[in-house]
Design a protein around this ligand. Structure first.
Ligand code: G
Ligand code: G
Ligand code: MN
Ligand code: NA
Length: 261
């Protein structure tokens, strides 16, 4: 309750910042884009994890102005970093309440227009659970986003009770495989080798399925060289994770950009 009350004024007090984590293309591991990740620095409590405050912000509705701020800020940053000239994209996480707003697509269009970011440079990350709440609305919004050239990613794929129906019913540009899969497919524990073999097969088939649907695959939570090697062998397109880069503030993320081509 304390945090919920504190959250109300946090946007006005300027306590939120965005961190950026790189996404890297295989095999060369060149930078392909960034994912914007929200951080809350409370003056007394210190850094509070989004896992903690996003659900609170969803419950109170604060996620709407906060989500709008994130989108605007991330688009501005992508323009500042010359993303169109670099052919990089900025990924933004969207919450269920945000996605369900009748004005959602208009809000995205306004953010693009006001910041000058071309739609093609933006990726919106959606989760399966939010899409299944109203499949008809999801279809409509995704179609309208495509008309803006905005890319759509299915985030956390494989987490919880995933079904294949969303892949059949909706059109995604990217699939982000949940880090739990990456971990179990690459485990070196001999006791786990049966499970690891199974997990590897599941990963392989997920990649094959996505590629047959023309969906670009990103592996999340890549932490070891062994995982990177495995993903390369399996033909994964992009990787994200602590091995290649943690989420960092804008100044540090900007240092990862080379000179303009
Ligand atoms: O960055 P971190 O691993 O702490 O993020 C934890 C969770 O918070 C992840 O599920 C991530 O998708 C989510 N998250 C981070 N930033 C945002 C944001 O700007 N909006 C929404 N809706 N979720 C976010
Ligand atoms: O749900 P979503 O995929 O948006 O969550 C992104 C979160 O995952 C970020 O908050 C980031 O801190 C976290 N993350 C990114 N890379 C790694 C990693 O290699 N290992 C772990 N454990 N977490 C990661
Ligand atoms: Mn994400
Ligand atoms: Na994810």
């Amino acid at each position: 309750l304390y945090l919920e009350r504190e959250l109300q004024g946090a946007l006005a007090r300027d306590e939120f910042t965005l961190h950026y984590q790189g996404r890297f293309g295989l095999p060369a591991c060149g930078l392909a884009g960034f994912e914007a990740l929200l951080r809350w620095d409370h003056p007394v409590q210190g850094r509070i994890s989004p896992d903690k405050f996003i659900p609170l912000a969803e419950r109170s509705g604060l996620i709407l102005p906060l989500g709008a701020w994130v989108l605007r800020r991330a688009c501005e940053q992508a323009v500042t970093w010359n993303f169109p000239a670099r052919a990089l994209s900025m990924s933004v996480n969207v919450s269920a309440l945000q996605f369900e707003q009748p004005t959602f697509v208009q809000d995205v269009r306004a953010a693009l227009q006001e910041t000058g970011l071309p739609g093609a440079q933006l990726v919106l990350e959606l989760t399966e659970s939010m899409l299944l709440r109203d499949l008809g609305l999801a279809r409509q919004h995704i179609q309208a986003l495509r008309e803006l050239d905005v890319q759509v990613a299915l985030d956390d794929f494989g987490q919880g009770y995933s079904s294949l129906s969303v892949l059949q019913d909706l059109h995604f540009d990217h699939l982000k495989i949940d880090r739990a899969f990456i971990r179990s497919a690459s485990t070196a524990d001999p006791e786990q080798s049966g499970g690891s073999r199974n997990a590897r097969t599941v990963l392989e088939v997920m990649l094959h399925l996505a590629h047959r649907l023309n969906i670009h695959v990103t592996a999340e939570g890549v932490e070891t060289e062994e995982q990177l090697q495995l993903l390369h062998e399996l033909g994964c397109d992009d990787v994200q994770g602590f091995l290649l880069g943690r989420p960092v503030p804008a100044t540090a993320a900007g240092d990862l950009l080379g000179p303009l081509p």
